[in-house]
Design a protein around this ligand. Structure first.
Ligand code: SF4
Ligand code: SF4
Length: 343
């Protein structure tokens, strides 16, 4: 069922309070258009220790995405496009136009920004652009592409002068770029850009060197302090406090439904995907989830505690209603319309 996001969260919160969970009522549909990428980041990891660009996956045509998205609009009208690098997929603009025609009201794009042109910029509601350091030489080495960082910084500066789409910068934290992420945080503060950051992962765990790292904790405290001071930070206070110490949490991985480039419905999560089935062959996601979970959705809590905001923070939003209320009020005050929805 498609319903307003606030109502879906309340349903999940209500069920959680009584010990139930459901894969129904997703907050968003997350589509990996491709696993290919024009960067080779040192920290890239799909959850099983492999880099996204090394995965070979069949890519669907716009007509096939149309079929899938027509089935998805009944469950959510929020579409998050990602990859790999989604702009390496040659039909991204066409898929966005199809999604609009079908009725998706909010469309965001996660991108490294290298191939971003005006048509895509104008077609989406929000852009999430990666930037891990302002130090061009160091960042180019991390991304394995000379000149990429300067191009991305200029793109971000240009986008920050536009009112639409909403813009957010996302940083990946590694043991050797902690000060750089702080510089990106400050850069975003100066330019009025929303910011998010999270630890780099190796499979389902934070990379070595972040746990018990005083500089890492200090950075997370600075991000929290920036949020409390009114800077636009896209993570709840609960998440920022927990991820600073890598606290365990109870994962609710299906608040966002994810679809791989070949149309496979991800189950239970992108890190531990065993695949619920392909939506090209069976367009009914609920049936696929029921079969994949053997009717017992309670079993999917794997206990690995991977500290990704898209899983950990959304789980907190269900389990801590007061934290979600506080975040909602904070976003009404500080975020533009588009960013109120981004996760
Ligand atoms: S931009 Fe993303 S998908 Fe591409 S190499 Fe870097 S981490 Fe991997
Ligand atoms: S903690 Fe959640 S996101 Fe991480 S592997 Fe387990 S189910 Fe997946």
């Amino acid at each position: 069922m498609n319903a307003p996001l606030w109502l879906k969260f309340q349903i999940h919160q209500f069920l959680w309070a009584f010990g139930y969970r459901t894969f129904r009522f997703p907050g968003a549909i997350y589509v990996y258009l491709t696993f290919r990428c024009n960067l080779q980041c040192s920290y890239c990891d799909n959850g099983s220790g492999r880099k996204f660009p090394d995965l070979s996956a069949v890519e669907l045509s716009p007509a096939e995405w149309e079929k899938i998205l027509q089935g998805m609009i009944r469950y959510s009208d929020v579409l998050l496009l990602s990859g790999g690098e989604p702009l390496v997929y040659p039909h991204t603009l066409e898929v966005i136009r199809i999604a609009r025609r079908i009725g998706f009201k909010f469309i965001s794009l996660n991108t490294n920004g290298l191939l971003l042109g005006d048509e895509i910029t104008e077609a989406v509601d929000a852009l999430i652009v990666s930037l891990d350091s302002l130090d061009r030489e160091k960042s180019d080495k991390m991304w394995n592409r000379q000149g990429a960082t300067d191009h991305v910084i200029k793109t971000i500066e240009r986008l920050s002068r536009r009112r639409n789409p909403s813009l957010m910068v996302n940083s990946v934290i590694l043991p050797d770029n902690i000060e750089d992420v702080e510089a990106v945080l400050n850069f975003c503060g100066r330019n009025g850009i929303a910011f998010s950051a999270g630890p780099a992962l190796e499979k389902t765990y934070a990379v070595k060197g972040l746990r018990r790292n005083a500089k890492y904790r200090d950075l997370m405290e600075k991000i929290l302090a920036a949020k409390m001071a009114g800077q636009r930070i896209a993570a709840t206070v609960d998440y920022l406090k927990a991820v600073a110490k890598f606290r365990p949490f109870k994962c609710h991985p299906l608040l966002v439904w994810r679809i791989k480039p070949d149309g496979e419905l991800v189950f239970p999560c992108s890190r531990k995907n065993s695949g619920a089935g392909n939506l090209i062959q069976n367009a009914d996601p609920v049936q696929l989830f029921q079969m994949a979970s053997g009717g017992n959705f309670f079993e999917v809590n794997c206990g690995e505690n991977c500290p990704l905001s898209c899983y950990m923070d959304t789980s907190y939003m269900i389990q801590r209603p007061l934290g979600l209320l506080r975040e909602g009020l904070y976003r009404l005050r500080t975020f533009s319309h588009g960013h109120r929805l981004i996760y």
